[in-house]
Design a protein around this ligand. Structure first.
Ligand SMILES: Nc1ncnc2c1ncn2[C@@H]1O[C@H](COP(=O)(O)OP(=O)(O)OP(=O)(O)O)[C@@H](O)[C@H]1O
Ligand SMILES: [Mg+2]
Length: 356
């Protein structure tokens, strides 16, 4: 998903005034379509559950050096923002969300480089466009160049691959290397390339090397699921006597943040559906509905719809759900296995990265 392009008409207006468009080359103008103003991005760090550690590190290693370079550059020239940051991990765990929030909170100019525009154009005036990405970023800095699903754009160079595509990657890497060198005033460039992928193995090793900061965003652990669920259900009416957050946290083991959001959405629908049915049965639906009369959600609502938790993770949760009362011990074991498997996937990723 490449969801940063929601309604950025306003942003373009603002950026037009901020940017002197007459100073841009033809190619920079094409890339300027992908520039998003940070205020127009509706995601902040507060909207992300369970990723506090990564957020803290992103702030310290990316946002502060980009936006307060004097603080860092004065103590050591090594303390500039990394020229590349990679977010990697399974689908639906918050990588794109983190990038959006980073753009929102950093106040840096955000170039959301679209795969489609880039790949379509790259074969024609490819190298000039790659140049334009970096020259525009230089003009707008501090800037973050975000490439979602980076494996699709800068994946492994395969034999038989279109020659132009290989040249584009080479150009991209050369330009990227230029970021580490200081400008004529001796101050380091304040530009960072931020990539996100769920297929780290498909990324060219030379590209990986240019992203020294790599953050694994794995499936959420028990603690993280609790954080995400609390956040998602924050403004939802809850039937406190019949809602057991701990139980929901347990049976959702192995689910991603996106799965949790879907499960909550389905659960929240149940009381509404129930209310409408009841109104219909009473024949008073036409008289109007009152949202305050809809009951709060209960634990059972998470299991009442087809396709929700039961079906979605059937293999993993059936044992937990059926045997919960009789065999709590067994349930804990299954859950810890699932948590270990998400840890293992993180370790696998680390190993892959370290090995490369
Ligand atoms: N940690 C989280 N906190 C809150 N919501 C989350 C979290 N992780 C995922 N979500 C929900 O899941 C949706 C999808 O997340 P996101 O697009 O960031 O996943 P992704 O890691 O980029 O996945 P993909 O690899 O498929 O692109 C978000 O819009 C959000 O609603
Ligand atoms: Mg994504």
């Amino acid at each position: 998903m490449n969801g940063l392009d929601e309604d950025n008409s306003e942003s373009e207006e603002e950026l037009d005034t901020k940017l002197d468009l007459s100073n841009l080359t033809e190619y920079e103008l094409k890339i300027a379509d992908d520039v998003v103003a940070s205020d127009d991005i509706p995601v902040s760090f507060e909207d992300i559950g369970g990723l506090e550690d990564i957020i803290e590190e992103l702030k310290e290693s990316v946002i502060y050096p980009l936006t307060m370079p004097h603080l860092y550059a004065s103590s050591s020239s090594l303390l500039s923002a990394p020229s590349g940051v990679l977010l990697y991990g399974p689908p639906g765990c918050g990588k794109t969300m983190l990038a959006k929030a980073l753009a929102h909170e950093s106040g840096a100019c955000f170039i959301n480089l679209h795969i489609s525009t880039v790949t379509e154009k790259w074969y024609g005036d490819s190298n000039k466009l790659v140049n334009a990405v970096f020259s525009l970023a230089r003009k707008l800095q501090p800037a973050i160049v975000f490439i979602d699903e980076i494996d699709a754009v800068l994946g492994q160079r395969r034999s038989g691959e279109h020659e132009a595509s290989g040249m584009v990657k080479a150009e991209f890497m050369t330009q990227w290397d230029g970021l580490t060198s200081a400008n004529s005033h001796g101050t380091p460039q304040r530009i960072c390339v931020l990539g996100a992928t769920n297929r780290i193995n498909d990324i060219d090793e030379a590209i990986l090397r240019r992203m020294p900061k790599k953050f694994a965003v794995p499936l959420p652990s028990t603690h993280q699921r609790r954080g995400i669920l609390k956040l998602i259900l924050n403004d939802t009416k809850i039937d406190k006597d019949h809602f057991d957050l701990d139980y929901v946290v347990r049976v959702t083991a192995g689910m991603s943040g996106s799965d949790l959001k879907d499960a909550c959405r389905d659960a929240v629908m149940t009381p509404v559906r129930e209310y409408i049915r009841q109104k219909k049965a009473e024949g008073s639906l036409r008289a109007g509905v009152d949202a305050r009369q809809v009951r709060g959600i209960r634990t059972s609502d998470f299991f009442s719809t087809k396709g929700n938790i039961h079906q979605m993770r059937e293999s993993q949760t059936t044992a937990l759900v059926n045997d919960l009362e009789e065999d709590e011990e067994d349930e804990r074991r299954v859950e810890s296995e699932l948590d270990t498997s998400s840890e293992r996937s993180r370790d696998d990723y680390h190993e892959t990265v370290n090995a490369s």
